[in-house]
Design a protein around this ligand. Structure first.
Ligand code: SF4
Length: 355
């Protein structure tokens, strides 16, 4: 049966009933053991939210506890040197998050008297804090009715209220509708509790692939369930994977923030893959080895973002970021310098959206 799409603004009655049922579930099943769950210190909330980006909850817990032992306040973090910060982050991956947190702390101490702003706009003005993180800090630390909409929250709300696609590529324009539903729910519960409840519910019951609709305590209030649309929503999530040729070459693009780094002698990191059968893990290891052995820097290499054809060869393109070491062998390139690269390298940058 096709999904019916009602108006995406919820009625107050609908918001109230769904909130009450969700909060009853949360009372019994919420993840109260999480160390950041009752945290009111905005700095500590920020640390947890940045660590939780792209990392599983249980994995974050020991890192979070250790981090706060080493840097118990935003001032302590601002005083630390980069080596201490990166050492404390070691093992958590995506080191750019550690650098970003460090820079936020230094900016807040230097320019804002050591206090994180208490408004969404104020938080968004800090480089490294996005819309979701700003909402999370305001809701969790200050109990303000400021929604924090991530993929989980978007999915739960889309199913419960209907009318909002959950296909990621199309979700951006619908974010306001999702936020409006969360705001409406926040009128009927403590914002910090409601926000936590949505996250826990999305992780335990209303999961992406196998939502437990049959036993879900909200099923009689759920738009997707009642209109038979959960299967439809799940079914449209992933386009069928296309067959891609085996890459013969891998190109690594080293990037920090918005700057693309080129080798001092010019060009991108490049390794041949003829003997590896084009395997992604081999390509990534080879790029890491090249950076370490030839240029003395440790880099993180992401799985191939795409495979394109250059000069008749299939080439995998990898986004890379710096972990340790001096960038002396690499230099941030101006737009003019990027345009002087070989046409094949320019095509690679364009395919990754860097040109
Ligand atoms: S009925 Fe299914 S889709 Fe609806 S809220 Fe419950 S788990 Fe999610």
């Amino acid at each position: 049966m096709p999904v019916q799409h009602p108006k995406s603004r919820p009625t107050p009655e609908a918001a109230k009933a769904k909130t009450a049922a969700l909060m009853r579930w949360f009372e019994e099943h919420g993840r109260r053991h999480l160390p950041w769950r009752n945290e009111r210190d905005p700095y500590r909330v920020l640390v947890s939210e940045i660590m939780l980006q792209q990392t599983q909850v249980e994995r974050v817990i020991p890192f979070y506890n250790n981090w706060l032992r080493l840097f118990p306040s935003i001032k302590a973090l601002a005083r630390a040197d980069e080596h201490q910060v990166l050492s404390a982050w070691k093992g958590l991956g995506y080191y750019r998050r550690a650098r970003s947190l460090h820079q936020i702390a230094q900016t807040v101490v230097r320019e804002l008297g050591g206090k994180l702003p208490q408004t969404r706009d104020g938080l968004l003005a800090l480089k490294g804090i996005g819309d979701y993180t700003a909402g999370a800090v305001l809701a969790f630390a200050h109990n303000l009715p400021e929604p924090a909409v991530d993929t989980n929250v978007r999915r739960v709300i889309s199913r419960l209220f209907g009318g909002m696609p959950v296909i990621p590529a199309k979700a951006g324009t619908q974010k306001q509708d999702v936020a409006a539903c969360v705001s409406a729910m926040m009128r009927h519960a403590q914002p910090r509790e409601l926000q936590s409840a949505l996250m826990d519910f999305g992780s335990a019951v209303c999961t992406a692939r196998t939502p437990a609709c049959g036993t879900c305590p909200l099923n009689q209030l759920c738009h997707a369930y009642k209109s038979g649309g959960v299967g439809v929503i799940n079914a449209v999530k992933k386009p069928k994977a296309k067959r891609v040729p085996r890459p013969m070459l891998a190109l690594g693009v080293l990037r920090e923030g918005k700057a693309v780094y080129l080798r001092r002698t010019g060009g991108l990191l490049s390794v041949k893959l003829e003997k590896s059968g084009g395997r992604d893990d081999v390509a990534r290891q080879a790029l890491k080895r090249l950076a370490l052995e030839k240029h003395g820097v440790e880099i993180a290499v992401r799985p191939a973002a795409t495979v394109i054809e250059l000069d008749g060869k299939a080439v995998s393109l990898h986004r890379c970021s710096l972990l340790y070491g001096k960038v002396g062998d690499f230099q941030p390139a101006s737009a003019a310098r990027l345009k002087q690269l070989e046409p094949s390298e320019q095509s690679a940058l364009a395919a990754l959206g860097y040109l």
